[in-house]
Design a protein around this ligand. Structure first.
Ligand code: IVH
Length: 674
């Protein structure tokens, strides 16, 4: 075939293949079989191989993915990619509607759209040609992921009109593709993705586009970021134009004239969202008229004319097999539900705390029950209720024991408490838990001494009291399972270093009832030395600001015990510091004891809406946390804002706790209110 014939043939093939692709991937309406499509594609590949100069950037062959990139270029968005305010209830939606009507009157319409749970992207077309695709990034600057986006069949490479336009939307992975991908990854021994959003984000952040090409991603376009000669009157019109140009738009979008209709739409999807072939995490409600949108304008972060209704926490059903009991250092018995593993909001849940006996009774929980689980605040697994109708008679009543499962001591319920307690001070479980508390981060902070090692040392009777920790011998430790020379030396060095801690750490570590980190600091500052505290009378203690009667009485009776005097004498002999070293001594614990950030390593990622990153960082640091840049096994908490990317994915993979911005702010607020 000569060059001219090839050119004609290539043009015809491209047009046909692009049309087949559009019908299949955008309109969900296959017009040819896969085999026919493939035959023509192979023919095109053959011709393009023979005449490489005839390859254009709108050829469907580019969808297989080009060469890997060294890194992603930064792209500044022409107009910021904003986020949306949230609504969590019908009332929030009515308030939103009221605010709008107060400003522009009653003559209005809304569009309601599914909020696709994927990754926001912006696609730029010049004269109808796809030239650049970018992630949202921080809203102002994103990353150029054009190569990866080209592999998505729902993104046209050439539009039906030669317009210059920026179209925005959500790239996502259909549920089916996600399940298939995870199956393949399991077979290949690779880590599975937690949910389709992570899988989509992970795929688009690959430098090698051939990977994205295999991931079967799709995209719904939902707005115009820029349009040359823009004369659109409404958002609905914008959606129609996008569709006409060749983009995939969501067919569930509806236009509503009244907030009641909006609420009806929302409720319909609360019920039906599981039936969709892709994940959604809410509904986006937008005021339709562009003129009215302009009247309302924007806040710094989001438009006043749109809002995102977020679905309530996902609930799933599973079976409660057993109730396990654990004994805390103060003797409190806590029941935990052991569940058939089930995925809730992206992670597998196997256990859920039942808190206390009353809760088990209130919820009428029996062993073998079918239960509804959700994650409170999307983090902590919780049994919502029992599905009583599912009982078949095989369920067994659960009764709290009358005796401690560990030491067989009698259990009591102290007046005014819901908790059941083992009062035996020699209960091994309590001693073990007390030792774990002593070495923990907020107390003596001994690295390498986790729960498992303590349990091991305790089981071998190497440690009975906290003083025994300072008597551990290298040779003995080396005899333990999983204890090599290096870990033993590191451990001994960490124990030795802890001798230098300022007094407040020791005081907190001793686990005196009601004495938290903050009170320990107050006591250390006030008395300076442990000897002075040992000699303090109850009155003297009460006279200190922040030390109430209950705490004073508890501290006084603690130091009155002969074993305690003996223990402190031993610690002194072993070289443990028993004095307050001032703010520069060891790490300052003056931060509020209730701070969830105390000694925690926190990573901030994604776009925060209500705070700047720096504000969040400063606040967390004030509250005793450490803010670092990358997620690792050492990270305790990740704060994921809008469009949090690879760091969030990594945190999910490592099982690191993740909060959204609202949870962060709620935690700040709680500390202030305390
Ligand atoms: S409109 C200025 N419509 O939700 C408003 N967003 O905070 C721009 N999203 O990051 C967003 N589906 O990625 C809009 N139908 C939809 C959406 C949608 C998903 C995402 C978007 C953005 C976030 C809103």
């Amino acid at each position: 075939m000569d060059r001219h014939d090839a050119e004609l043939k290539i043009a015809a093939l491209k047009e046909r293949l692009n049309e087949y692709g559009h019908q299949y991937y955008v309109l969900d309406n296959p017009v040819v079989s896969d085999a026919e499509y493939d035959l023509e594609l192979q023919e095109l590949i053959k011709l393009e191989t023979a005449f490489p100069e005839l390859i254009t950037d709108d050829s469907p062959t580019v969808r297989v993915g080009g060469e890997p990139l060294p890194y992603f270029e930064k792209v500044e968005h022409r107009t910021p990619m904003l986020s949306l305010g949230n609504a969590f209830s019908d009332q929030d939606l009515r308030d939103f509607d009221k605010r709008i009507r107060n400003q522009i009157g009653d003559d209005l319409a809304y569009t309601c759209e599914l909020k696709i749970d994927g990754l926001a992207v912006a696609l730029t077309y010049e004269n109808g040609r796809f030239v650049r695709g970018a992630t949202r990034g921080d809203g102002t600057t994103g990353e150029d992921i054009t190569q990866n986006l080209k592999t998505i069949q729902a993104i046209p490479l050439k539009l039906n009109q030669d317009v210059t336009i920026e179209v925005r939307g959500e790239a996502y992975m259909p549920k089916q593709s996600f399940l298939k991908l995870n199956e393949q990854r399991e077979v290949a021994g690779e880590e599975k993705f937690a949910n389709p959003r992570n899988a989509a984000a992970g795929s688009l952040r690959q430098l090698n586009p051939q990977i994205a090409a295999k991931r079967n991603l799709s995209m719904f376009s939902y707005s115009i970021g820029y349009l040359e000669n823009d004369d659109l009157d409404s958002h609905y019109e914008a959606l129609q134009l996008i569709k006409k140009l060749g983009f995939k738009t969501n067919q569930e979008t509806a236009r509503c004239n009244h907030i009641d209709e909006v609420i009806e739409y929302v409720n319909k999807w609360v019920e039906k969202r599981q039936d969709l072939p892709y994940d959604i995490d809410g509904i986006v409600i937008k005021l339709d008229s562009i003129e009215q949108q302009e009247q309302l304008g924007f806040t710094a972060k989001s438009p006043r004319w749109a809002i995102a209704y977020k679905f309530p926490a996902e609930e799933v059903v599973t079976t409660l097999r057993e109730i396990e009991l654990s004994i805390g250092r103060t003797g409190v018995i806590t029941p935990t539900a052991i569940l058939d593993p089930v995925v809730v909001a992206g992670t597998t849940v196997k256990r859920a705390s039942l808190h206390n006996e009353d809760l088990i009774r209130e919820k009428d929980i029996k062993l073998g029950d079918t239960v509804v689980i959700k994650k409170a605040g999307d983090i902590i697994p919780e049994v919502v209720n029992v599905l009583v109708d599912k009982r078949d008679g095989s369920e067994r009543d659960f009764a709290m024991p009358t005796h401690c499962p560990e030491c067989d001591g009698g259990l009591v319920r102290l007046e005014g408490e819901v908790a059941l307690r083992c009062l035996n001070p020699l209960c091994p479980a309590q001693i073990r838990e007390g030792l774990i508390h002593f070495v923990s981060r907020n107390a003596m902070n001994i690295d390498g001494l986790g729960e498992k090692v303590i349990a091991q040392l305790f089981a071998h009777q190497f440690i009975q009291t906290v003083a025994d920790l300072y008597r551990l011998e290298r040779d003995e430790l080396l005899k333990l399972e999983r204890m090599g020379e290096k870990s033993v030396d590191n451990l001994l060095a960490a124990i030795e270093a802890s001798k230098e801690n300022s007094l407040e750490r020791l005081l907190f570590g001793l686990g005196i009832r009601f004495v938290g980190a903050k009170a320990a600091k107050t006591l250390a500052v006030h008395f300076g030395k442990i000897e002075a505290l040992q000699e303090a009378s109850e009155e003297e203690l009460i006279a200190i600001d922040e030390i109430g009667e209950k705490m004073a009485s508890s501290i006084f009776s603690y130091f009155e015990q002969a074993e305690v005097t003996e223990l402190i004498g031993q610690l002194r002999e072993l070289g443990v510091n028993l004095a307050y070293k001032g703010a520069t001594g060891s790490q300052d614990l003056s931060t509020l004891e209730s701070s969830p950030f105390l000694n925690k390593t926190v990573v901030l990622t994604g776009k925060l809406e209500q705070l700047t990153r720096n504000e969040a960082k400063v606040r967390i640091e004030e509250l005793g946390g450490k803010v670092t840049g990358s997620v690792s096994k050492k990270t305790d908490l990740v704060i994921a804002g809008e469009d949090a990317g690879s760091k969030r994915t990594k945190a999910e993979e490592l099982g690191v706790q993740i909060w959204d911005e609202n949870q962060l702010i709620a935690a700040f607020a709680e500390i202030i209110n305390n």
